[in-house]
Design a protein around this ligand. Structure first.
Ligand SMILES: [Zn+2]
Length: 255
């Protein structure tokens, strides 16, 4: 099985999960056009779709992709996303080309946000706009507590888990991360590596849980150095991981 990014819009990735007989599932097709081009160019058949949350840049291609195809579309339950044929909830198990995927409810960015975890020799997580490389999604609908709990659940997965998030935000995220966590040597090292990849036109993804734990400030709110620095910058006295997380998210939102 191979997993390939299909670039869409300015900085979205629609992930294509491909088996060895030229069939694919795509994750979060916000636009049908690049998906159809990818299918035609590589002579692939679209076998199904996974949706992580309701935002248009993740669902906008559903109608066109499904118009002439009878394929399953998995996604958040609630009936609010038109085109979902298989609504799923936390802990549900689905199968993609014989591989088990476990649904995780990860509210915060939106209330309906789910992620798909594929346990395997190299585990994979399709997490939409929840955990990003070097950052996390904005809190459009959920609270900081919700998002923090969701990120902790993701962090509890094996360190080797490959993180397939939906945007190429990495360099921007890491530039902010360095302001928040300036003495983190692993972060300085990562900025070099990821900048190199972008110079060559390569995606910075997938990331891994382990790499995020070392370099993503939103997963480092338990460290004294980050807590102190966030407190200083936000002129706040912070007493817990969750307070630090909430203040860090506000700081990043201010730009
Ligand atoms: Zn979103």
């Amino acid at each position: 099985m191979t997993i390939t990014p299909i670039p869409a819009f300015k900085d979205n990735y629609i992930w294509a999960i491909q088996n060895d007989v030229n069939e694919v599932f795509v994750v979060d097709p916000g636009d049908a056009v690049p998906v159809e081009e990818f299918l035609t160019h590589n002579q692939l058949t679209l076998s199904g779709i996974l949706i992580t949350h309701h935002h248009a840049d993740h669902t906008g291609g559903l109608a066109d992709l499904c118009m002439a195809r009878n394929i399953p579309v998995y996604g958040p339950s609630g009936g609010h996303i038109k085109g979902i044929t298989h609504p799923v909830r936390d802990s549900d198990e689905i199968h993609v080309f014989g591989h088990k995927l476990i649904v995780m409810a990860v509210p915060g960015h939106t209330l309906d946000h789910i992620a798909y975890y594929m346990p395997a020799d190299t585990p994979s997580l399709f997490c939409g706009d929840t955990l990003f490389a070097g950052g996390c999604g904005r809190l459009f609908e959920g609270t900081a507590e919700m998002m923090y709990t969701s990120l902790r659940q993701i962090e509890a997965l094996p360190g080797s888990t490959q993180i397939y998030c939906a945007h190429e935000y990495t360099l921007n995220n890491l530039a902010f991360a360095q302001r928040a966590d300036p003495d983190n040597a692993a972060l300085t090292e990562r900025i070099k590596t990821e900048t190199d990849k972008r110079r060559q036109g390569l995606p910075t993804l997938p990331s891994s849980i382990l790499l995020e734990q070392r370099t993503n400030p939103f997963l480092r709110c338990h460290t004294d150095s980050l807590q102190a620095n966030v407190g200083r910058n936000m002129a706040q006295s912070l007493h817990s991981e969750i307070e630090t997380f909430a203040a860090l998210r506000r700081w990043k939102d201010q730009g």
